[in-house]
Ligand binder design. Structure first.
Ligand code: ZN
Ligand code: ZN
Length: 324
């Protein structure tokens, strides 16, 4: 990590953010809950996920995902960052609810097909000789897998923003004008495939055994719902430098392309290294989503969205010019 922070992409925006403080003042007990919630999502739940994985308990892993989702819903209900507008209430979120059901199934299907295919490809190219990481302690192997996964995910995510072909599917994730737990599942299958392949490149290169991959994946997956929650949590400053929290990921969903940054999935490491790390303090008036011109390219229904990246249209030029 560099000793001094990298220059901001947009100095003006950074200055505005630095001048802001948390404007909401909560009673002491509520403030204590705000500060405790990040440790629950980032510490307690992933640890329980690791324990369940070490015991090989599928029931335990699924139960923890359920607890994370219930916690996210409760946090959004009782401690909202932004009060949801009428069009963003549960009953109006059919498209997001379809993604909620289909995205995990798609992820599972991709993992079952793409990962073995990548393993076979590696085997035919490199053979068994390069499985150097397997002699290391398990914790070190897990750490290497996490660092590697974050590196390739980071660049795949940046590619999703900078390349028109990949942006066509990724903009669907960015199209809502809200950031919350439910919209976090709005991920197009092509975008999911790109990010999944990217994540598994270091896994395949390291040649780590399946239990190590399972431990890394449970940490990533248990954490993955937290950054999108619409809850006014108060993560410690040090925490936001290291881990992706709601404060950090909201920056990523700001409409203004000049404010873009925080491409991380789990750890902020590569944003810090490559100069895309944004301040955790977000002006409360900031709008989320994509530019109105760009939004015209995203149809409202799930079935239309699934096909939309395959259609080329004139407004695509706008996205390439607009997003860093
Ligand atoms: Zn993005
Ligand atoms: Zn997001």
């Amino acid at each position: 990590m560099p000793s001094s922070p990298p220059p901001p992409l947009n100095p003006g925006h950074e200055a505005v953010a630095a001048a802001m403080t948390y404007t909401q003042h909560y009673p002491r007990r509520v403030e204590a809950v705000r500060r405790a919630l990040p440790y629950l999502f980032l510490g307690v739940y992933p640890t329980l996920g690791v324990i369940a994985t070490l015991h090989g308990s599928w029931f335990g892993i699924l139960a923890i995902y359920g607890v994370v989702e219930i916690s996210a819903i409760l946090a959004e209900r009782f401690l909202p960052f932004v009060r949801p507008a009428a069009h963003n209430r549960w009953r109006n979120r059919v498209t997001d609810i379809i993604y909620l059901v289909t995205s995990p199934l798609l992820l599972l299907a991709l993992q079952q097909t793409v990962v073995p295919w990548m393993g076979n490809l590696r085997h035919s190219l490199l053979g068994d000789t390069a499985y150097w990481a397997t002699g290391l302690p398990t914790a070190v192997q897990v750490a290497l897998v996490l660092i590697g996964m974050e590196f390739t995910y980071y660049w795949a995510h940046r590619l999703s923003h900078s390349n028109n072909i990949f942006w066509r599917s990724h903009r669907i994730h960015h199209s809502p004008d809200n950031v919350d737990w439910l919209m976090g599942w709005r991920i197009h299958w092509l975008n999911e495939a790109l990010h999944l392949v990217a994540r598994f490149v270091p896994v395949i290169l390291l040649g780590v055994p399946t239990p190590v991959v399972a431990l890394a994946l449970v940490i990533v997956n248990v954490h993955s719902m937290f950054p999108h929650i619409n809850a006014d949590v108060h993560s410690a400053r040090l925490l936001t430098k290291v881990v992706n929290t709601p404060e950090m990921h909201r920056w990523h969903h700001v409409v203004d392309p000049a404010a873009a940054g925080n491409y991380a999935s789990t750890f902020m490491l590569w944003d810090q290294v490559f100069g895309t790390y944004r301040s955790p303090i977000l002006p409360p008036t900031t709008e989320f989503g994509i530019e109105p011109e760009e939004l015209k390219n995203v149809p409202p229904s799930w079935s239309q969205q699934i096909l939309s990246p395959l259609r080329k249209n004139a407004a695509d030029r706008y996205s390439k010019a607009g997003r860093p």
